[in-house]
Each structure stands twice: as structure tokens, then as C-alpha cells.
Design a protein around this ligand. Structure first.
Ligand SMILES: Nc1ncnc2c1ncn2[C@@H]1O[C@H](COP(=O)(O)OP(=O)(O)OP(=O)(O)O)[C@@H](O)[C@H]1O
Length: 246
């Protein structure tokens, strides 16, 4: 972390579903820090709490206990509107099954988060087309999800995730529905966006090839973080700058 404030600081995070004898402790006291520009994979057996952790990190769900600081700020301490605006600006999401709106074209899907934030339609469209260009799908702007391959749909979802120019993108099994060649294409794109835009990615995956793109892999079991592995590639923008290994 080079002594600077962590991009994201997770402290003693717990997620408990239900109460009493029905309580499920999905995340149990997880703590870690994330540097700006890292790609971090979260792995572990089915049911160990990966998605629960990711949802608490991203704000899709709220933690039962503990804190997630983003750039030193705790969204939970913000007023609702401030928190929504902060999250909309700061984070993007990708899901296993893309979560695109079937009736909307690729461009309309990508511009949707901007329109929801009140961005003027012509600006939203221009930025959506830029994002589609970044994922190599500019010529598919008018196509609906059903007219696109699964890999293309995930690339549209990736364009939607980055259209706000977020600092962090949270991805839950982003390649879980893709074959190995398409997985490679989507991960190459994530790698490219990480290197060129400095976007931090937190990726839940069962796939070791996907984790191979990460600077660091966190391993979970039974709600705990049990170990972490650093890859040979250097993590975070500061590390890359220092080592000039791109
Ligand atoms: N909404 C919920 N209500 C109650 N229990 C839940 C809920 N969501 C998840 N759980 C439980 O929390 C535990 C962790 O689930 P989670 O989905 O986070 O695991 P996971 O590691 O992502 O699993 P997988 O790899 O199979 O997707 C499991 O025991 C699951 O049954």
C-alpha cells in the first residue's frame, strides 16, 4: 500500500442472514485492503460466502457488522442520496448472466445508468457509444441482447459497468456462463481496462484461469478469508509505475 490510504479498507466484516437458530453466518470477520488499480479475485468452495462478501463490498447488500471504507469514506455514514450518488460514480457491476434489459438495444442498455442519474440524453448516448467502442462493439449499438452472442452480451454489460468511469468494478462470476475462448476475450478486455483506465476489479470466480489475471487472489472458506496469493504480475498502479512492467 506504500503508506497511502487504501483504495478500499475492509474491517471485520460480517454478513449474517436470518436470526436465531435460522441464522446463517455467510461472512465471518473478513478484513483486507485493496490498492488502487488492483485486480483481485475471490475464490473458494460453493457456499463459502463469496457473493455475500462481494455484495457487502459493492453496497448491493449491507453488512451485519464491520465497515467498508472507500477512499477513507464510509458510504453507510452518508445520507441516502449522497450515498447513492457516491456509489453510482464510484462503482460498476457485472453479473454472471449479464442482467441486460432484453427490450433495449446495446446502446440503450449502456446509457441507462447515466439516464437514471439525470445525465442529458445526448451526452448519455455519446458516452454509451464511447464505452461500446472500448469493448469493441460500437457497430452493434442497435442490437438487442437476444441478437448478440453470450460473450458480446457480457461485453455490453462491461460497457455499462464502465460508462460512469468508475474507480472499482465488482464482478460476480463474470465468465461463469462463457466458454473458455470467450472467457479469455472478456478477461483480456478487463485486463486492458485495468491497465489503460486504472479501474480496480474485484472478481468472484471458480475459474483458476480467470484468477490468473488477478494481481492477488483471496481464498475463502466457511465465511472466513483463509489465505491470499500474490501473482507474479505486480498489483496496483503505484506498483506498476515503480516497476515499469506495464
Ligand atoms: N439471501 C440469503 N438468505 C439466507 N441465506 C443466504 C442468502 N444468500 C446466501 N445465503 C447463504 O449464505 C452462504 C454463502 O452464500 P454465498 O452465495 O455468499 O456463497 P458463494 O461462495 O458465493 O457460493 P457459490 O460459489 O455457490 O455462488 C450460503 O450458506 C448460502 O446458503
Amino acid at each position: 500500500m506504500n503508506g497511502t490510504a487504501a483504495h478500499m479498507k475492509v474491517s471485520d466484516l460480517w454478513k449474517v442472514y436470518g436470526t436465531g437458530i435460522h441464522a446463517v453466518e455467510a461472512v465471518r470477520g473478513v478484513s483486507f485492503e485493496l490498492a488502487r488499480g488492483e485486480i483481485v479475485a475471490i475464490m473458494g468452495p460453493s457456499g463459502c460466502g463469496k457473493t455475500s462478501l462481494l455484495n457487502c463490498l459493492s453496497g448491493i447488500d449491507s453488512a451485519t457488522k464491520g465497515s467498508v471504507l472507500l477512499e477513507g469514506m464510509d458510504p453507510h455514514r452518508m445520507k441516502e442520496r449522497e450515498r447513492d450518488a457516491f456509489r453510482a460514480e464510484y462503482t460498476g457491476f457485472i453479473f454472471q448472466f449479464y442482467n441486460l434489459v432484453p427490450m433495449l438495444s446495446a446502446a440503450e442498455n449502456v446509457e441507462l445508468p447515466l439516464l437514471c442519474r439525470g445525465v442529458r440524453p445526448e451526452i448519455a448516448r455519446a458516452r454509451a457509444l464511447d464505452a461500446l467502442t472500448q469493448v469493441g462493439l460500437r457497430e452493434r449499438e442497435r442490437h438487442r441482447p437476444a441478437e448478440l452472442s453470450s460473450g458480446q452480451q457480457q461485453r455490453v454489460a462491461l460497457a455499462r459497468a464502465i460508462v460512469n468511469k468508475p474507480k472499482v468494478v465488482f464482478a460476480d462470476e463474470p465468465t461463469g456462463a462463457l466458454d473458455s475462448k470467450t472467457t479469455e476475450m472478456v478477461m483480456d478486455l478487463i485486463d486492458h481496462l485495468n491497465r489503460t483506465e486504472g479501474i480496480t476489479f474485484v472478481i468472484v470466480t471458480h475459474n483458476p484461469d480467470v484468477a490468473g489475471y488477478a494481481h492477488r487472489t483471496l481464498f475463502m472458506d466457511s465465511g472466513h478469508l483463509i489465505s491470499e496469493r500474490h501473482s507474479m504480475r505486480k498489483g496496483g498502479i503505484s506498483d506498476r509505475g515503480r516497476n515499469s512492467d506495464g
